[in-house]
Ligand binder design. Structure first.
Ligand code: 13P
Length: 215
């Protein structure tokens, strides 16, 4: 099973998101060998959920969950409140570590809350030095220099990092960082890599489709 996870980051309003889904659903996709997950900003989860009501193949995820379970935390979106709406949550993205100072301790708490509410964490690491909380089933390696720069990391180097991470065989290992339709195949032909976490190239449905077709 190959994962294709779209991280829309802080992009798209309601109309743009609905338009993306409409266009995507009109493409002649086959999903039997792949797991496709769209991670929009929070405000788009519910409208997309309604759009995808009859679709068994596209799952939804978030780009974060709160470190709090519930209560007086203005502006937070909790795993508890997201239960049933999403199946996955990206946790530990380097942009959150950098711009929101998320520590390993905070990230571990987020993972625990996600799991408690039946949300599968997609845990991001920047390299082999980042620690990985317990019970993680999906790890995404995203070297910071490769994110949004057009400088994707060589497959050999990605595999070296995977080996150093010493993951259990049951853990799926994804790569992310400047994936495009022209380099995606290099990763997908490799049995060490179980899928891709895609930022910029997931914003256009045609571009994203060209990548998932390679899976
Ligand atoms: P880009 O694909 O835009 O480099 O972003 C990668 C990423 O950060 C996905 O989470």
């Amino acid at each position: 099973m190959r994962y294709f996870i779209a991280n829309w980051k802080a992009n798209k309003n309601l109309n743009e998101a609905l338009d993306w889904i409409d266009k995507f659903l009109n493409l002649p996709s086959r999903y039997d060998r792949i797991k496709m997950v769209v991670c929009p900003p929070f405000h788009l989860i519910h409208p997309l959920k309604l759009k995808l009501r009859d679709n068994k193949f596209i799952s939804l995820g978030t780009q974060d969950v709160s470190v709090f379970e519930s209560g007086n935390y203005t502006g937070e979106v909790t795993a508890k409140s997201l239960k049933g709406l999403i199946d996955y949550a990206i946790i530990g993205h380097s942009e959150r570590r950098k711009y929101f100072q998320e520590s390993d301790e905070v990230l571990t708490k987020k993972v625990q809350l996600a799991l408690k509410y039946e949300i599968q964490p997609v845990y991001c690491v920047r390299g082999e030095k980042d620690s990985i909380p317990e019970n993680i089933k999906i790890v995404a390696y995203e070297p910071v220099y490769a994110i949004g720069t057009g400088q994707n990391e060589d497959v050999e180097k990605v595999i070296e990092v995977k080996k150093k991470l010493n993951l259990s065989e049951k853990v799926s290992f994804l790569y992310g960082g400047s994936i495009t339709e022209s380099n995606a195949q290099d990763y997908l032909v490799n049995s060490y890599i179980d899928g891709l976490l895609i930022g910029g190239s997931s914003l256009d449905p045609d571009e994203f489709f060209k990548i998932i077709k390679l899976g």
